[in-house]
Design a protein around this ligand. Structure first.
Ligand SMILES: [Zn+2]
Length: 106
């Protein structure tokens, strides 16, 4: 089976709390948003309404990271993020991302 071609990552996405910019950046640049010792593949910076994606992650993995970060946006914009324990938030984002990847890109 030929490898699926993954569409270009969009520059901007309309989200409930307003547009979110998407930027693919170098490992050094995304590291600015990491906690000490943490290796980020993506992150959503609410103050900038921007999702940063690590440039060394490609194809399906890049889309998976984008969807994961969009789930963070959804939780933030809906107010559900308030009071949500961090590990649970990450698990929710992963679970919903797996659902989307299965339904949209099967
Ligand atoms: Zn996350």
């Amino acid at each position: 089976m030929p490898r699926q071609r993954w569409p270009k990552i969009p520059d901007t996405l309309p989200c409930p709390g307003g547009d979110v910019a998407v930027r693919v950046v170098s490992p050094a640049e995304i590291a600015k948003y990491a906690d000490p010792g943490e290796e980020l593949f993506g992150c959503f910076v609410q103050e900038q309404r921007t999702i940063f994606l690590r440039s060394t992650v490609h194809g399906e993995a890049r889309w998976r990271v984008l969807w994961h970060e969009l789930m963070h946006v959804g939780l933030e914009d809906s107010g559900l993020r308030n009071g949500l324990e961090h590990a649970l938030e990450e698990a929710l984002c992963d679970a919903l991302t797996s659902l989307v990847m299965r339904v949209v890109y099967r």
